[in-house]
Design a protein around this ligand. Sequence first.
Ligand code: 3H9
Length: 656
Amino acid sequence: MPVVTVTSQNEIAIVRVNNPPVNALSHAVRSELFEACESLDKDDTIKAVVLICDGRTFIAGADIREFNQAPKEPHLPDVINRIEMSTKPWIAAVHGTALGGGCEVTLGCHYRVAVKSAKFGLPEVHLGLIPGAGGTVRLPRLIGIESAISMVTTGKPISASEAHQNGLVDAVAPDGELEAFAISFTRSKMTASLPIAISRRPVTDVPDDKTSKEILAGVSAKARGQLSPVEAAASVLDSGKLDVVEAFSSERERFVQLKESEQSAALRHVFFSERQTSKIGKLEGIKTRNVQSCGVIGGGTMGAGIASAMLLAGYEVIMIERDEEAASAGAQRVAKTLDGSLSRGLISQEKRDAMGEAFSTSTQYEALTATDLVVEAVFEDMKVKKQVFRKLCDVCRPDAILATNTSYLNVNEIAASATNPERVLGLHFFSPAHIMKLVEIIETETVSDETLATGFAIAKKLRKVPVLSGVCDGFIGNRILANYRKQCDYMLEDGASPQDIDTAMRNFGMAMGPFEMQDMAGLDIGWANRKRLAPTRDPKERYVKIADRICELGRFGQKTEAGWYQYPEGSRKGIPDPVVEEIIAEERKAAGIVPRSFTMAEIQSRILQAMVSEGQKILDEGIARSAADIDMVFILGYGFPRWRGGPMFAGGVRDT
Ligand code: 3H9
């Protein structure tokens, strides 16, 4: 079956790409596009060409799956150069997303029209790459250096109207009328002479050397260790200074080098892994339940976050709290989040109003008699959780799905306290729940496939990445985190300071260091958990008491203006604290330890090894399905750098 077909309408050829799911530029697409260009140039009955795509989107880029194979001719830059050199005008007609190589194909065309909902982007940086088919050379010649650098370094797509404003798009068509609009646009250009090819135009805003250096320094600071954004900016800047042939070859060299890099391998692993987490063999074809309404038990930070996430995804939400005061505080937290989304332009006023209508609070569990799903987010205490589940079983429909948001507790035990335990599962959200992309879906011994499949469907509607986890203390994420922290505590007692460890891990690429993160999240939850585990702890295991002693002083992190660091007057920037230094010194002395220094590399390597060894145990026990799932948990839930591919990938553990 051809992936590119050519038809004609009164001297206009329609070149149509049909390569589902996203019309990626596979070898077949490239070859057939090249052939189409050759034969249309020779066809005297054709005066102009419309390039359009079938399916849900315009070309979404090079075929990423082919990056692991030896490249085959025709290469994409040659196809695009061939289109640009055509003797007849090519008009790209774009719907969906023209991304990466897809966007570069449009730059080889002589004009671009797009429907209102279309988007244009060069997201190669997210794959550890730069545009490799002329994007960094043609884009600055069309829209200027500054806009081009923004597009290639952030990878963020821009809307058709923005693209129209900056000159990337020549005309915007109403949604649903692309083909007719493109044909009529083409007809209006048929008699005009061909515009100068973009690659032959000058770059008009080349910055001087000093400004170029500042631009690169700014991009590098934001990239925090990732190479591709810096290389992408450098390629755009160079293309303004070099002759166009040299600019193409310099871009290509950078692209090929990055394609072979560990960072690009890691980011490609992340791209595919993110899409694999919800592909669970046994759930394929299982019918999911229709969930429209959701009860949330608890209006604290987590409960309010979950309620907000549910509202933003279009669910009706009833929040249950113990009294009117707590219910009103919970409602205020939800309102603050939704108003924040409104003020940042993420939702319209109309949507905000609809969410207000869809949300209610109650102090009575009886308000949940008709809800399809309930998520419990109360205090981390087994007794309290069981009480909640018993109440829910009394009032909810016998088939209502009941979920716990526990971070550590045994969900099998919680399910056993419920009637119809096949409807009980864990939905472990991460704070702030309306933003964080991860949900761990906890599979109990008794949960039905229908309930599990519905859990995955809910996560999809919430636009989150679900990762399946078996039951164990802390599931995938918090169990590995506990081991990570233990390793930090050992190094702390052995001689490293909280600042040494935080700096090392920030330099590794983590969003935050472990002690800063604890201060932000609150030290009290971890303390309560350590107390819960104390009776079953192996007395022979090394136990560092520093964190407990800090908590005993009521220092729970930013919220109490003191934790591992001090935060004078509510500041969010912690400063080292002599009180903590003294506790550390005392504990070292009590343990008979002579403190030694740690290099940054040693800290990073010990922490990574601790994560990998616990991750391997989790795999061996069947708690996680794959190393890739563990990687996704850490990247999406704990700020592990994407460009390292996740802890397992970085530690050399790959799925076969
Ligand atoms: C590039 O272009 C380099 C050039 O500059 C130079 C070359 C020389 N290739 O995301 P979805 C698959 S680099 C192969 O769930 P959505 C995806 O794996 C590329 N496969 O859908 C999934 O497969 P499965 C620059 C691809 O509607 C299926 O399509 N371009 C590709 O939520 C559906 O994907 C990009 O980085 C691909 N390029 O989102 C764009 N893209 O069903 C990457 C997708 O087996 N793609 N697949 O799991 C995207 O951002 C989103 O897929 C898109 C659709 C927005 C297009």
